[in-house]
Unconditional design. Structure first.
Ligand code: MEV
Length: 438
């Protein structure tokens, strides 16, 4: 077992690696080599990455890919995607190509409200608290003017502050439920700074409020933090086409295809076990864009899954219907994304990704990202109801297996050719490699 180490973060990068290799890798120098292989030769760039977090010892690469041919609201996009799962970008590109000849994707932002809360304990008369809150509300808001000044210039700011009585759920529990518009920023720092200022102001104002008793004057702040649940920061994206323009397979007519597709979505509307995987597929597309554009994919994931269960049951984020022989497929999802601040100006690849998208504002990025999710879901359901998912997956996975066996370029070429007409399974690939090598 490795010994307890103190002051680790203060060690130099080389000393950190030395400690790690000594205590976890039996002094194996190969470990050092692997870590160093991923260092960037450009020292300034490496330092930038080192400083993103604490205790950085190397870089962890993800493929940075692009999915072309996305027609969104009449404009063509090539979407950047950072993801390791082999079939995701291929699926997105395929869906993009399919829909570009059928009017493309449409998208619109429905709302952009973000939320933060100050959670506090107040022991006393709740009516008095309400009167107190009304008396300080406007000063509470203006107490943040030093924080909100710049945001207001960019069209954002505090929308409202509400006092919420939660004391029936937990004794003496109240909140300031605050709503924000953070313009093109994701806004986490802005929101949290405002909330902490509200908390300070609240304590101060309560401590001198004449109508409060001694106990009522001592409000205890439990915490001040933004919420990643953003049901009012929502974007909708959709596609539609005449049923006859849908794929036709050996087994399914376009009408049967539409009905089977709809049924697959309906299943994800009633069956949580399916809904989670269905939404996971949507998030394959969404996370990849969120990561490539330097946004916080954990926040997006948390918000999306919470939204999927907003009516008390976890269900699909997409919807499908047939009306007057037209097939409609849509997604509604909260996406609190930013295109300024954070990594967007720091990370060269993030800058490039945003550039590739034509430097969108946050609303445009919400639309593009929702489309990536919808496209991904379309591609997944398309495979599931026709060939099954493994055919495409294993085709894309073939390269991973070949690399696992350190196949040479020549071996790869021969085996890729072979598997164009043969089913890829792990054992079959291994067998073919062995055959070639013998
Ligand atoms: C795999 O990463 C995602 C899928 O399972 C999604 C789905 O089942 O809808 C293919």
């Amino acid at each position: 077992m490795a010994p307890v180490v103190s002051g680790f973060s203060k060690l130099s990068k080389s000393d950190k690696i030395e400690w790690l290799v000594e205590h976890h890798f039996n002094n194996d120098q190969n470990t050092v080599d692997i870590l160093k292989t991923y260092w960037n030769s450009d020292e300034k760039l490496q330092q930038l990455h080192d400083e993103f977090t604490e205790n950085t010892i190397s870089n962890y690469y993800l493929p940075f890919s692009v999915a072309p041919n996305f027609l969104i609201n009449g404009k063509r996009y090539t979407i950047p995607m950072a993801i390791e799962e082999s079939s995701v970008v291929a699926a997105a590109s395929k869906a993009a190509k399919f829909w570009q000849n059928r009017g493309g994707f449409n998208a619109e932002v429905l709302s952009t409200v973000k939320v933060g809360q100050v959670h506090f304990t107040f022991t006393g008369n709740s009516e008095k608290l309400k009167t107190f809150f009304q008396s300080i509300k406007s000063d509470l808001k203006s107490s943040t003017s030093h924080i909100t000044k710049n945001m207001e210039k960019r069209g954002g700011g505090i929308i409202d502050i509400e006092l919420r009585d939660k004391s029936t759920e937990i004794n003496n529990y109240y909140q300031l439920h605050c709503t924000f518009d953070t313009a093109d920023a994701m806004g986490a720092n802005f929101i949290n700074s405002c909330l902490e200022q509200f908390a300070d102001f609240l304590i101060q104002a309560a401590s001198t409020y004449q109508d409060f008793s001694e106990t009522e004057r001592t409000i205890e702040i439990i915490m001040s933090i933004l919420s990643n649940y953003v049901p009012e920061c929502v974007v909708r994206a959709w596609v539609s086409c005449p049923i006859n323009d849908l794929p036709k397979t050996d087994e399914l007519s376009p009408k049967q295809y539409a009905e089977k597709f709809m049924r697959a979505v309906q299943i994800a509307k009633v069956e949580p076990f399916r809904a989670v995987t269905h939404n996971k597929g949507i998030m394959n597309g969404i996370d990849a864009v969120v990561l490539a554009t330097g946004n916080d994919f954990r926040a997006i994931e948390a918000g999306a899954h919470a939204y999927a269960s907003k009516d008390g049951k976890y269900i699909s984020l997409t919807d499908a219907k047939i009306e007057n022989n037209i097939f409609h497929f849509s997604i509604k999802i909260p996406l609190a994304l930013g295109t300024v601040g954070g990594l967007t100006t720091l990370h060269p690849l993030v800058k490039l990704a945003l550039n590739l998208l034509g430097n969108p504002n946050s609303k445009k990025l919400m639309e593009i990202t929702a489309v990536a999710g919808l496209a991904q879901n379309f591609a997944a359901i398309n495979s599931l109801i026709t060939t099954g998912i493994q055919q495409g997956h294993m085709k894309m996975h073939l390269m991973n297996i070949l690399n696992q066996f350190q196949a040479t370029t020549e071996e790869k070429e021969q085996l890729i050719e072979h598997f164009k007409t043969n089913t890829v399974t792990h054992s079959e690939v291994v067998q073919q490699i062995e055959k070639l090598r013998n």
